[in-house]
Design a protein. Sequence first.
Lengths: 291, 461
Amino acid sequence: MRARLFWSLLASAVVVVALCSLSGAQNTPYMEEQWLGMESHVGDLTGHAVNARGDYRRYCAGCHGDLGDGQGENTPWLDPKPRDFTIAQFKCRSTPTGTLPTDEDLFNTIARGLDNSNMPPWNTFTRVQRADLVAYIKHFSAKWQTEKPGTPIQIPPEPEVTAERIKAGQALFKRLECWKCHGVEGRGNGPSADTLTDDLNRPIKPFNFHDGNRFKCGTSDADLYKIFMTGLDGTPMPSFADNVKPDEAWDLVFYLRTLQPMKTKEKAIARQLGLKPIDPNAPAPAATPQQ
Amino acid sequence: MISSRRNFAGRLLLVVLVFGCFQNARALPAFARKYGLRCSACHESWPMLNYFGQKFKDNGYQLMNDRDAPIWQNPSYWPVTFRITPIWHRVSNNKVAEDAVVGTGPPTVEKRLESSGFDLSGLDFHTGGTLEKNISFYVLPSSNNAAQFHFETVMGRLDNLFGSPWLNVKFGKFELDNLLSEKRILTLTGIGGIYQTYHFRPIGDGNFFGQIGDNQLGVEVMGHSANDRTRYSAALLSSVDGNVGLPFGSNSYSGFFTASQAFDTGKLGVQRIGFYAMVGEAPVTFLTSGGMPIPGSGIGNKGFHREGFVGQFYFGPHFDLQVVTQHGWDNAWFGQGYGGGAPFNLVPGTPLPAGAQAPSWNGALFEAHYVYSPQLIFIGRFELERVSQQPNSSASATPSPSNLGNLTTYTIGYRYNPFMTSRAGFAWHNEYAFLHQDLASPLFGNNVNSSELLIGFDFDF
């Protein structure tokens, strides 16, 4: 009887140890076998997931987890939480909302890092390393086996900044109700700001345009254009591609540039105009006929 | 029978439990804790920096992702790391001066001395990080293994001045900008725990001011490209070898200059080549009071310089080779033993002895790493120093043999980190180091062979 009890306890302990060891394993055998052949294609580069195992473990797994599920050992202390690669949902894309990003989008994100997060710019990697890591990131989700990335949106040439365009951008900021999250001055303190959650029901803060000169997904005007025309998937920031014409989107870009703590042409024009923050309760001005 | 099986199974279970779940250990090192990155993100193997870690250091201990200012941290965050190494080691030297009969004094003979036992390293108490965005600091009180402390590093740094990574200013006592850092060396023995190339001088040479492996007091301007591929530094240093209180020259300075460029070579990795040069002056004579030298009154500055190339070559993710070369030159006065310590040249107008000449030498170090995984690294190092011009020529009353002081050393070892998290560094360390120096024994000028075997735990938390 005692011997049986002992062996039962021993067997239980072995199961516990096995689970304990499994939790630290790098990948499930299934993933290793099925998806490590994943490739990425960036320009003339071909990345191979199998080559990135060491780099992922060295640089990425602490936050994104050995299984790519965003459950690294640091996750409890990070805000915002690291990306869960298993659901293949990415904020920074050049592709329409709801679609997979291109390999180049992921390639650029790795090098650029993500502002307002713990993701640093990994621009020390070689291009081959980055391409391999893109393939490795993709190998975590079956979605990359069944779906193709979206087609990158077309960005029309950037027009000249004018006072009219900045004013039109401000009107759009009000009409699209950007202020409800981002606040009337773009400080990320709109009336809805405290209620926002991401798709995983975790609290999330809207962007404060007065804090720094970088956006979540880049620094250029075109990067900003892409953010509201593709949306930040997984967050409350939607795509406005169906509500905003490409030309209007540039107006919004110019207006948002006036909010940043930088010396920009837009800011100088706004100062000349004496541009005041929007008043959400003021009646909309009568539409002026287009020339 | 059942009992013995039970005992065996119980012990096996204990071992499996201890080591099977070891990967979940936690502790609190400074930077990893702040940023939530594993040690391996910045270290090829802790404590040696990899390229990303070098960039982090060059940015003033900042990731440049807008979370660098301490205001982002929990108020209880304190950027502190302790490091200490309990060890067992066996030390051997084949030419130690010993009394021929114990306790009787001369005559003395040269004999081999071996000793072994459990021991400790000193304690390093690192604290560093940012005071505000683009203002950083590092303070390192460090003790010997008898807990006698000194300040190894104390510096403040203004980063990214005028918004440019090309202009950063460091002020205080700091490590020189050596790409292969002796302060992050992977080996721990008395022989292998330093780079001989960074400290070498011919036998009898009194110039200890030119040791590029030692932290120095001064100001450094450095800059780098955004991705750290291109980097430079220029430092103005007091010629005191990092000793506080201005104990030597009344007006003696050195300069240390580096530049390097890295190249993306695809699958091989990022290769880097660069150069360094240290050019300085230091005193060889002092003013006196009561016939004794007055500290800080050193005059009669004489010149010295060190220069060389650095290469960091990577052959894929597992193998790399680090190379440093050096050519050194000291003024003939240093070659005669004058410098910061005794003997002192206190009589104005004293000429150099006949046959005295400026010593020079060439050296190289090669350090190879096989990184099996971020948790296991094998290390092999080979260094050689060859004196090309001895301080005493054939015209001297005591001419130096051409190979006097030539030094050859090698070190092999491995470090195994049983777990890898962002909370602590812990390595099981095994190392063997051997040093040979020609004609350097204390009594009869025989060749000296020294060796050390070391086993220990190297950890920080």
